[in-house]
Design a protein around this ligand. Structure first.
Ligand code: FAD
Ligand code: EPU
Length: 337
């Protein structure tokens, strides 16, 4: 375990923001994690996974702990299902591809999401009609008070849209060390009702899609509208899609009868924040070396050399403008550090 001092975090966050960490350590074992938390040498600590859901607005005056626990294995299986444990530092998309190579079903719609396996439960990652909770069995996490490993079942995690216990009252108290998934081995249930997937599969000329085809379709859709962080710095959707009451929605419809929306429950409606931001005039706007992506208004981008504070200011301008026009408050999805 090697502790480095005063290092740039530019390569460790997909926004590509160049801030420094006072100290940095990459962790390969739970024992090393416990050693760090037992020592009093570094009172301030900051946990880093793949750095794909954060905006760094200042230097990180702490020991940055890069969770790099590796490995995956089958815990048990029946004729129809398999339980797989993957360590927190495994790359999410590589894990999805590995599951598909083994013909294990359930993760295909979540292809090409950046970040690590260990972070996936924190905001209950989701895309194209599927959320992590749909295949999540449990996870293990180090309790930072007791330094014991605890297991969280699906019920414990309190999953919701871009939310879990790890963003609520357990925030900052645990480091997730591994996640256990329940995947199908036969009779895979395909989730292809999401409009864009259906049309992409048709375009691919496939009549009886497999889970591997669904993954390819999802990858193709994502590549067509989301910027690749290796080319343009970004953190995916900067804001969550707001969920408003039916009453607020009918007020919105009075002024914007064509506003797209999804019914969430009898009393709630979800509005795509990308539509609100586009109709507030921000889509494709650039402010020097940062701005709003031209193909997806929900994605803020760093064209190179932008400061986290500048992107934060832009996000506030967007929030204020959307609120002024639509009377809807949009909340950041990205963790602002
Ligand atoms: P990080 O950014 O490293 O960390 C996020 C937060 O979790 C931080 O607060 C960090 O301190 C904490 N943390 C990290 N690891 C641990 C751990 N092991 N234990 C406890 N706390 C920890 N998300 C979606 O849901 N759906 C999408 O479709 C999607 N598309 C994206 C597309 C792009 C191009 C990008 C850049 C991002 C996208 N995201 C999407 C967001 C992001 O990929 C996910 O939120 C991902 O789960 C973040 O993982 P990470 O390891 O990079 O987290
Ligand atoms: N829209 C616009 N203009 C835009 C972008 C979107 O009008 O510039 C409207 C359109 O009506 C479109 C609708 O928004 O039909 C939905 O757009 P899209 O399918 O691109 O999805 P999204 O709601 O913008 C969400 C997630 C993504 C996830 C996709 C696919 C959130 C905050 N974002 O985006 O997750 O990949 O759906 O399921 O829920 C992420 O969390 O980082 C992320 C990328």
């Amino acid at each position: 375990m090697q502790i480095q001092n005063n290092i740039s975090l530019k390569a460790f966050n997909t926004f590509g923001i160049d801030v420094k960490a006072t100290h940095f350590v990459s962790i390969n074992s739970i024992d090393d994690l416990i050693t760090i938390y037992t020592s009093e040498k570094f009172p301030k600590k900051f946990i880093l996974g793949g750095g794909s859901n954060m905006l760094l607005t200042k230097d990180v005056d702490a020991l940055v702990i890069h969770v790099n626990l590796k490995g995956k294995h089958i815990l048990s299986q029946t004729e129809t299902e398999v339980l797989i444990e993957a360590q927190a530092g495994e790359n999410w998309h590589e894990f999805v591809l590995w599951s598909l190579e083994n013909d294990f079903g359930g993760l295909e719609n979540l292809s090409l999401i950046p970040g690590n396996v260990g972070t996936s439960p924190i905001q209950n990652i989701g895309a194209y009609g599927v959320e992590l909770k749909d295949t999540f069995h449990s996870c293990k996490a180090l309790n930072l008070d007791t330094l014991e490993i605890e297991t969280f079942t699906k019920e414990d995690c309190n999953f919701a849209y871009r939310n879990s216990i790890f963003k609520q009252h357990a925030k900052g108290q645990f480091i997730i060390t591994s996640v256990i998934f329940k995947l199908s081995k036969v009779n895979h249930k395909l989730n292809i009702n999401y409009g864009a997937i259906t049309s992409e599969i048709e375009r691919m000329n496939i009549n009886q899609p497999t889970i591997q085809d669904v993954s390819k379709a999802v990858i193709s859709i994502r590549q067509s509208k989301l910027p690749n962080p290796k080319e343009i710095g970004n953190s995916g959707s900067f804001f969550k899609n707001p969920v408003i009451t039916k009453k607020a929605f009918s007020k919105l419809q009075d002024n914007f009868p064509n506003a797209p929306h999804y019914v969430v429950s009898e009393t709630e409606i979800k509005i795509p924040a990308g539509w609100l931001i586009e109709h507030a005039g921000f889509k494709g706007k650039t402010f020097g070396n940062y701005g709003v992506h031209k193909k997806q208004a929900l994605v803020l981008v760093n064209y190179g050399g932008a400061k986290g504070k500048e992107i934060l200011e832009l996000s506030k301008l967007i929030q204020d403008t959307v609120f002024r026009i639509f009377d809807i408050q949009i909340e950041a999805e990205v963790n602002i550090i």
